[in-house]
Write a protein that binds this ligand. Structure first.
Ligand SMILES: Cc1cc2nc3c(=O)[nH]c(=O)nc-3n(C[C@H](O)[C@H](O)[C@H](O)COP(=O)(O)OP(=O)(O)OC[C@H]3O[C@@H](n4cnc5c(N)ncnc54)[C@H](O)[C@@H]3O)c2cc1C
Length: 446
């Protein structure tokens, strides 16, 4: 009898980041996984929790807490892990890849989990020394050094990542500069008229801006970077805005979007648009090659948060083990900001359209704001700032598509009240159905 294909297959995963690592964990739970698995990652460290780079930068967490698994763990699981090595080319005909260490490796199946990198604006001076991204541990360590040295730092981008970088720098700077020393001044440049314009409406963004301002960040909205300026050593000295203003800077952090690492796939001749195009089974235009995470594109959508990537992992793990494959489907994702002392939870559309009913609660004294968008009683979007305890509950109700009409008045006040009202309503509905059911035979009998 011939062995099943997965028993002889050599699976190679390129990228030991969040998606690649989670895929390994999911495969290890399955007895039918490919027998030989090799993971190649170009970072020096075994996979770590990238999300926690922000609290680490802020000095709120030890380096050790970021580790997902130590390199030895892979060996214990029988998985070959090659770190600090970059895959430079894929020969699809020979099913062979090459790395920058000159290694050649044959595969039966290949997974691209190469993630993305900071998108760099095409402005003069972007390559100056002192200009940083915020993507990996090396970046985070470099930013920690910037904060500890003190001086003036400009963060380009007032979205999730930019604000986490700015507040992380400020907090680390505060911890490293006792009063009287040089200190650190952090400015944020945001092109849109408000912070986190993809997640927040004007009221929530104003509350956020006021709080960050109180903490000492200088926020500039509605401004655009024209150039980064440097000295004759090639070191950054400041930034120039399109309105002509100049801000002095010893360091610049660019957090203005991400660019998928799709070039490897592109060079190999895979279908690539903004990222590597995959179908609902996470398969690329080559049936032997899959892609997932921030390097892939499904139905025109690219990714920047882990929640959809976890669902991709479940689909691809099943597929690689020869199970009847579920299909990946897009679903709404909620956003949170990881800045301690600031709670923010948002999902769905930001601006209401003509069909939306808007429910809002605002307590300026407490810095509490909640705004819900309902359509025919069903929740489509929410923005919560301050007290976000109801966020996950609201997100679940939106996903369930439940008619929230019965608890409409309690919706902004707390899950307990809303739950009780919903339960009472459904109890009523159920009992009506039960009564109908009980009535029917009587009627029929009559
Ligand atoms: C500071 C920060 C905070 C974040 N906070 C949140 C959050 O709160 N919530 C959230 O949902 N998401 C957050 N994200 C986003 C989240 O981290 C990403 O969505 C997730 O890491 C994507 O996983 P990935 O595996 O696709 O990419 P990555 O985790 O980037 O992994 C890709 C890996 O592949 C490697 N690689 C690339 N090319 C090659 C090659 N040719 N050969 C070998 N290796 C290669 C890369 O070096 C990298 O190690 C945050 C990101 C950052 C940077």
């Amino acid at each position: 009898m011939h062995p099943a294909p997965h028993e002889t297959e050599h699976l190679v995963i390129i990228g030991n980041g969040m998606a690649g690592h989670r895929l390994v964990e999911a495969l290890l739970e399955r007895p039918d996984r490919p027998r030989r698995i090799t993971v190649i990652g170009d970072e020096r460290h075994a996979a770590y929790n990238r999300i926690l780079l922000s609290p680490w930068l802020a000095g709120e967490m030890e380096r050790e807490a970021l580790t997902l698994r130590k390199a030895e763990w892979y060996a214990e699981q029988g998985i070959e892990l090659l770190l600090g090595e970059r895959v430079t080319s894929i020969d699809r005909t020979a099913r062979r890849l090459t790395t920058d260490a000159g290694r050649a490796l044959d595969y039966h199946r290949l997974v691209l989990a190469t993630g993305s990198r900071p998108a760099l604006p095409a402005v003069p001076g972007i390559a100056l020394s002192g200009v940083h991204g915020f993507r990996d541990l090396d970046d985070a360590e470099a930013l920690a050094g910037v904060a500890e040295r003190g001086g003036q730092v400009v963060v380009v981008g007032g979205g999730l990542l930019g604000l986490e970088a700015a507040e992380g720098l400020r907090k680390r700077g505060e911890g490293s500069h006792p009063q009287g020393s040089r200190g650190l001044a952090v400015s944020v440049l945001q092109r849109a008229e408000r912070l986190m314009n993809r997640q927040l409406d004007a009221t929530a963004a104003t509350l956020l801006e006021a709080e960050l301002g109180r903490r000492g960040l200088a926020i500039h909205t509605g401004v655009q970077l024209a150039a980064i300026e440097g000295d004759h050593h090639g070191r950054v000295t400041g930034v120039r805005l399109t309105d002509g203003r100049r801000l002095a800077a010893d360091g610049v952090v660019v957090a203005a979007g991400i660019a998928p690492n799709a070039e490897l796939g592109q060079r190999a001749g895979l279908a690539v648009d903004r990222a590597i195009v995959v179908d609902a089974t996470l398969t690329t235009s080559d049936p032997a090659i899959h892609a997932l995470g921030e390097c892939c594109q499904f139905e025109g959508i690219t990714y920047g948060l882990v929640e959809p990537i976890w669902r991709q992992v479940a689909v691809l793990a099943a597929r690689l083990c020869g199970e009847a494959t579920p299909r990946y489907r897009e679903a709404a994702t909620a956003t949170r900001l990881k800045i301690s002392g600031i709670s923010l939870f948002a999902f769905g559309p930001i601006e209401p359209d003509a069909g939306h009913e808007v429910l809002a609660y605002h307590d300026p004294g407490q810095g509490d704001y909640r705004r819900l968008l309902l359509r025919h009683g069903r929740l489509e979007g929410a923005i919560l700032y301050g007290d976000t305890a109801m966020g996950p509950w609201l997100f679940r109700q939106a996903q369930a598509g439940l008619d929230l009409g019965p608890c409409r008045r309690a919706l902004l006040l707390g899950t307990a009240e809303a739950d009780a009202l919903l339960a009472a309503h459904h109890f009523d509905t159920d009992s009506t159905t039960d009564l109908d059911a009980r009535d029917r035979p009587v009627k029929e009998a009559a």
